[in-house]
Design a protein around this ligand. Structure first.
Ligand code: C2O
Ligand code: CU
Ligand code: CU
Length: 571
């Protein structure tokens, strides 16, 4: 076989000589019993070349899971790869033991059988491997699948929802190939553009309102989506489900890990030929995908290979769309309103946490990047979140490049991006947010409901897979009690003991170096305040609280900057 120069600036032009292929539409699984077999195989991305790939129930990608809120699914993941891996249900609100993070490994030839109730709102999630230091490899080689969640609220709206007919899975990816046509990962030479694993795809959309369930499944690349005729499309949902109202846009920026539920009205476009594009020339600098990865004039950054990647800063095509005849009973209008949201209100938070992104070598845009000065350690718990806590997380990015921050377990509401309210298309629920580079910041609020587990943590991390694999990740447990380990500095500074207490009193203790709490409150689990008391100035760093009625209570310490809430049990 002749060797082809994939990893070169000529690749894109070279790839263009190939004929288009029909867009691959992954099969669906709609049953509550889901069997996924992870396997190796080969895929022909380019004519005459067999590329070694990985997939679920096939050699590339995986079936689309269509799940109904309220149902309980039983999943079997059979690992037939020659490698240990995990499978994470990105975006799904599930217990830590079902989440498939780096602690839930599946050895080769073993099976993993999570089972959980679908508690999520209708929306678009996805699944992918999550083994520490191997996520980039396993995802780049092909394992990823969409999850479409349905619910009654969404079903009541007049929306396209016939899979592959007026409702299309659109997994956007760029991949790097070596000279032998094999996939390379952790690379800046992701020169191949594909949708659902199809390079240069074409598809026929019917002349009516068409829905695109878009996932950016790339390992690093941020895209600036738009149509070649600059038509307006409607964003109806993001990561965590539907927005309150559709938002009409000509461009939509989507970062790795993010999803977008998009409607495009083609009812007056019969016979048109349009392209789905990434207008990367319009991406501001300091974003992976823009002309300059780094900030500031003259700063070209040191991303190896970055400047020779022809996709950076240029407009490129994802998919060629021809508009054909409408279906029977087409959807021809876009609803004016969708669902309502009631986000937790700023000020009701139990705690605020600050996460700062830094890098080891200033100006090295390849990283490694750190969160709060540390790289990921499987054995270190970075936070203990009390069950049901409402928390504000402020992310500050001291590196020159934007990072898509992702958190497991919860969907959050963005309060601020660079100090301003988010645009309407980012006002819904999200689990990934692109934190702007060069001192950019994002503030979000979320509530950590339903699932507590003192040993299996949830992850938070940058969804650029090379960054994540190199340790731009941390972990937290959600704890229903106070026996959990609290390595978080803020939490660590306080203790309540004995807990549980059987002698009719307990003590609050804080380290001398940390500010004394101003007051404390004891409330019942349903919110009734039993004690609300100032803590006087004193030399002691501990206070004894006599309190004898048996039960489970929440003790809140009120500090200058934030509150800390712990559960305490008296018996
Ligand atoms: Cu999409 Cu922690 O992952
Ligand atoms: Cu996730
Ligand atoms: Cu990153």
């Amino acid at each position: 076989m002749k060797k082809l120069l994939f990893a070169c600036t000529l690749c894109i032009g070279w790839a263009n000589i190939f004929a288009q292929s029909p867009l691959y539409i992954p099969p669906t699984i709609t049953s509550e019993t889901i069997n996924l077999t992870l396997q190796e195989g080969t895929t022909t991305f380019y004519e005459g070349i067999e590329t070694n790939t990985m997939g679920a129930n096939g050699s590339l990608l995986g079936p689309t899971l269509i799940l109904q809120r309220g149902n309980t699914v039983s999943i079997t993941v059979d690992n037939q790869l020659p490698d240990t891996t995990t499978i994470h249900w990105h975006g799904m609100h599930v217990a830590p033991q079902n989440d498939g993070g780096p602690h839930s490994i599946i050895l080769p030839d073993e099976i993993w059988t999570p089972s959980f109730e679908i508690m999520d709102q209708a929306g678009i999630n996805w699944y992918h491997p999550h083994l520490h230091m191997k996520t980039g490899e396993h995802v780049s080689k092909g394992i990823a699948g969409l999850i479409i969640v349905k619910d009654d609220e969404e079903a009541a709206l007049e929306l396209p929802r016939t899979y592959g007919v007026d409702d299309f899975p659109i997994i956007l990816q760029t991949k790097g190939f070596d000279a032998d046509g094999q996939i390379i990962f952790h690379t800046n030479l992701d020169t191949s553009v594909m949708v659902n694993g199809t390079v240069k795809p074409f598809v026929e959309f019917p002349a009516q309102v068409v829905r695109m369930r878009v996932l950016n499944g790339s390992s690093q690349r941020v895209m600036e989506l738009g149509f070649s005729d600059n038509r307006t499309f409607q964003i109806i949902g993001t990561d965590g489900g539907l927005l309150e109202d559709p938002v009409g846009l000509e461009r939509y920026r989507i970062a790795p890990g993010q999803r977008a539920d998009i409607l495009v009205d083609l009812s007056a476009s019969l016979g048109d030929n349009i392209q789905l594009m990434s207008y990367a020339s319009e991406l501001p600098n300091a974003i992976y995908g823009a002309t300059q990865p780094g900030m500031g004039a003259g700063m070209t950054g040191s991303l190896i290979g970055y400047s020779s990647n022809p996709l950076n800063g240029s407009d490129y095509e994802f998919m060629d769309i021809t508009v054909g005849a409408a279906t029977v009973d087409p959807i021809l209008t876009i609803p004016a309103t969708l669902i309502s949201h009631s986000p937790p209100i700023e000020g009701t938070e139990d705690i605020s946490r600050t996460l700062t992104f830094t890098q080891t070598v200033m100006g090295d845009l390849n990283g490694p990047f750190k969160i709060n000065g540390a790289t990921f350690d499987m054995d270190v718990l970075n936070y203990t979140v009390p069950l049901d806590n409402i928390e504000i997380w402020t992310l500050t990015n001291q590196t020159p490049i934007a990072h898509p921050f992702h958190i497991h377990d919860v969907q959050f509401y963005i309060l601020e991006i660079n100090g301003s309210s988010p645009p309407p298309e980012l006002s819904g629920l999200n689990d990934v947010v692109l934190v702007p580079g060069a001192m950019g910041s994002v503030k979000f609020i979320a509530q950590f409901n339903d699932f507590a587990n003192d040993t299996i943590p949830y992850m938070y991390h940058c969804h650029m897979l090379p960054h994540e694999d190199m340790g731009m990740m941390g972990q937290f447990i959600v704890s229903a009690g106070t026996s959990g380990i609290t390595s978080d500095e803020h939490n660590k500074a306080f203790s309540i003991y004995p807990n549980p207490s059987n002698n009719g009193k307990f003590k609050l203790d804080w380290t001398a170096s940390y500010a004394k709490p101003n007051s404390y409150q004891i409330t019942t689990l349903d919110g009734k305040i039993i004690i609300d008391s100032e803590i006087p100035e004193m030399n002691d760093t501990s206070l004894e609280i006599p309190f004898s009625a048996p039960g489970t209570y929440l003790v809140t310490l009120v500090l200058d900057q934030s509150n800390i809430t712990r559960k305490v049990v008296i018996f």
